[in-house]
Design a protein around this ligand. Structure first.
Ligand SMILES: [Zn+2]
Length: 214
């Protein structure tokens, strides 16, 4: 079983579909992560957060996010922080893992996760940064998810450097089978795809619980 921890549409394998709006479109037989993405925060929508809270309690919502901070987008940074904090609290309250979108705001995100006492597993999705930053994420007990960036040697090197117990794979917005991402990882690690997928299943069991894997 190949686990796709972050995608925006249903793919092959076992996937977690991310929705940042239209939460009512969820289907019962799929698993979801729901969150308010920093790009799509609506300052005038007073019930945006309430809507998220309402739908997030559903059993097939197994994570909160993607949420986080993005210094490359036009959304007011204060407002981003406010909504991010609210979603840290929501994840803690519902005991559901948090999936993070982070652009040029690593120290702010690390700090808020600490000051707001995150108590659930945290996955930084779409990782495409340096080994040093990856190590900082791992040292704090968080997880990394890799996608098509594994095509780059430097990101394949990051994957080789960090413990596999802290890894996930994803297709995100890219329209390819999850198998291709696993193949990139298998090549980078010079391992067997079955061994690799078994380890990722174990990770998923630790983070999302057994019901996701049935
Ligand atoms: Zn995404």
């Amino acid at each position: 079983m190949l686990i796709n921890v972050h995608t925006h549409k249903v793919t092959n394998g076992k996937c977690i579909v991310n929705l940042y709006r239209d939460f009512e479109k969820m289907e019962e037989h799929h698993f979801y992560s729901l969150g308010i993405h920093p790009w799509y925060i609506d300052a005038n929508d007073e019930v945006q957060l309430d809507r998220l809270k309402y739908f997030s309690v559903k059993e097939n919502v197994i994570a909160i996010g993607e949420t986080g901070l993005d210094k490359a987008c036009t959304t007011d940074f204060e407002l981003q922080q406010e909504r991010f904090i609210a979603q840290i609290h929501l994840a803690n309250e519902l005991k559901k893992p948090l999936i993070i979108h982070c652009v040029r705001a690593w120290s702010e995100i690390f700090q808020l996760l600490t000051t707001e006492n995150i108590s659930v597993p945290v996955i930084f999705h779409g990782f495409n940064k340096s080994i040093e930053l990856a190590r900082q994420v791992i040292e704090q007990g968080f997880y990394l998810s890799f996608g098509k960036a594994l095509q780059n040697n430097s990101i394949a090197e990051v994957l080789k450097d960090i413990p596999l117990e802290k890894c996930f794979f994803e297709t995100d917005v890219i329209d390819i089978p999850i198998d291709e991402i696993y193949q990139l990882a298998t090549n980078a690690l010079a391992t067997d795809i079955n061994l690799l997928s078994l380890q990722i299943q174990k990770n998923a069991e630790t983070v999302f619980g057994t019901s996701f894997l049935i």
